[in-house]
Design a protein around this ligand. Sequence first.
Ligand code: SF4
Length: 329
Amino acid sequence: MSQKRVFSGIQPSGRLHVGNYVGAMRNMIALQKDYFCIYGIVDYHAMTVHFDPKEMEQSILDCAIDYMAAGIDPDRSVLMVQSTVSEHTELAWILNTITPISWLLRVPTFKEKREQNPDYVNMGLLDYPVLMAADIVLYKAEVVPVGDDQLPHLELTREIVRRFNSLFGHVFPEPKAQLGEVARILGLDGVNKMSKSLDNCIYLDDSREEIWKKLSTAVTDVRRKRRTDPGNPEECNIFTMHKAFSKKEDIDYCARECRAAGIGCLDCKKILLENMCKELEPIQKRQAQLREDRDAVQEILVRGRKRAKEIAVQTMGEVYTKLGINAYH
Ligand code: SF4
């Protein structure tokens, strides 16, 4: 293998927000420089919660457009749809047979989702981390860009890899997590994760006016009640957003002046608005161009499928040999 591989899955779950962008996309874009990256739009994962089949095709296409607009280069990396490479689910089945149920029951996201959707606790929800493990190891990825909430899933992948390799012989490398540089930014409420269902997001395609409307009412350091109170930037989500979008001199200025009550929160947010728009506007321009050429985007996904399939077939050949079933394939 000449170049180390990266795999990351992208859920086709509607409009992307700046939390997705900072938490995962930027890292995925940067990794393209040094690694061979395979980015899968993970439609099977999206089926573990309620979804509308009438919207799925469009969501997949929108997802591909958003990621390419942000900087995923389909000439350099593979952009593909998970369900078009059937080896993902074949390998997931095999990994299921060596994964104790107790490992899955302790995964925090399963517990969360079970509480959020008590009427829809399906087998796929429990098995999600095994399919995720299959997604990664099918391409022998050694690096996985993740948010900190995904770390338990990756640890589980590593445990499954160790078990497979020790039972049947070495096939898979143990993948390592690569966290983004900026801490996770919270939603506009300053408390919860940025999430569509909580209506606390700034979307990648929000206009400048929409962004300002949201930022101007966003929660800051809750202990700073008046303009004359010194603030604590480290306890302010707006400041975390500055760290994600602003240049160093603006970050330093806001931190200093906040602590000295030299600026008000609206002044601070205006600086953030400028820096955020500077980064988002070129992405929005590319989104608009790609939306005009949907056929070309579909072709890219077909090409991605072919490239991914070649690698997947090769890996599964090795897996079948180790399991003693290759003679029949
Ligand atoms: Fe937050 Fe800026 Fe207000 Fe300080 S001045 S509390 S960093 S928004």
